[in-house]
Design a protein around this ligand. Sequence first.
Ligand SMILES: Cc1cc2nc3c(=O)[nH]c(=O)nc-3n(C[C@H](O)[C@H](O)[C@H](O)COP(=O)(O)OP(=O)(O)OC[C@H]3O[C@@H](n4cnc5c(N)ncnc54)[C@H](O)[C@@H]3O)c2cc1C
Length: 363
Amino acid sequence: MRVGFCGGGLGGISAAIGLADLGFDVDVFERSPLLRATGAGLNLWPNAGRAIYGLGLRGRYDAISVKLNRYLGFNPDGTPLFEKDTSDWALRYGAPSVGVHRFALSSMLAETFGMDRIKFGYEVVSIENNADKVVCHFSNGESYEGDVIIGADGIYSTVREQLIGAVPFRQNDHHAYRYRAVINLSDVDVDPAAQTTFCSPGGWMAVIPVGNGKAYWFGSVFGVKNLDEFIQFFSSWTRTHIPRTLSITPRDTIVESPLYDVDIPYKWTHGRVTLIGDAAHPMMPDLAQGASQTFIDALALREAFAKTNNADEALHAYESQRRPVAYHVVKCSQKGGFLGKNKVDPVAVRYEREVEASTAASL
Ligand SMILES: Cc1cc2nc3c(=O)[nH]c(=O)nc-3n(C[C@H](O)[C@H](O)[C@H](O)COP(=O)(O)OP(=O)(O)OC[C@H]3O[C@@H](n4cnc5c(N)ncnc54)[C@H](O)[C@@H]3O)c2cc1C
């Protein structure tokens, strides 16, 4: 079976590893000239870990990630607000909750698949979706013909647009932007095995260790329109490390992400083309589930193809298993954050209740 992935992000490369393991002839086409180094860190939950372990990457994943034993919450004056112990999650749920550097994770995946097997500088511009063959055309004038094409090209997917046209993006009701950056762990006075969050109804900021002496901070503030306003919001939180952390973080390393999802459970599979990851289920980052659901897609795709040589059956099985679960998580992710207007619980409590309890059986 010849399978082409459009997009060499977390989803494309992890799913390519899974199908290459089955002996398929797999190609990954990535529009960037190099492995993308943008982004900061990720919080990945036990469901992501189980999927990554299922792809045979347990040792490599454990080596680059930091186990999070606690989720700690503080008020803007530094007084404790909540604590959730997650130290037994690896035993209870089959994998720990972790912090990981995004580039360390994508490098690990790319090296496992084979960096030289990823075709960088290949931007998919159109697709011909024929009965039992699919052709991708790239902006460099080249083409590729496969038995199956997987659209792993992220939230603004060209493959999805070719399949179903434009989708309506919905802006986050709670925060328009999220800001994040990687810093030295020694620059912040936090528990090195915890996610530490400082929260208020108007805004919040958290720190997660990601290994190699680094951590990343991330946060959102209601109503801010740019980084200056975000920084200004925290200027009075002087009993926390936040004003100092923001002042020492080089501005050009701070990533600004506008927050969108798509609240329509559109069909992913059309003929021999399907979607995975953000192309399939763009979601808000408030539950930190986007990449976790993407790794579950990758494993589900591999398991579907392991059961049958019939590509149509495998794609149908993959979508039937994954689409309802992913849409459930899209909906849960719309509720916003702790102390926000929907009065939801801290994210680690929500993970157990809204994700693990209702979706674990589907992995
Ligand atoms: C602010 C923020 C914080 C987040 N934090 C977390 C978190 O803590 N935990 C978590 O689980 N998730 C988190 N997520 C979600 C996570 O980043 C995504 O769900 C995940 O990256 C999806 O992987 P993907 O491979 O589908 O898409 P991407 O990572 O976007 O990769 C898509 C790839 O396709 C390439 N591409 C695009 N168009 C084309 C084309 N036409 N041709 C070829 N290649 C193309 C891109 O260059 C890119 O490399 C967060 C998201 C945001 C915005």
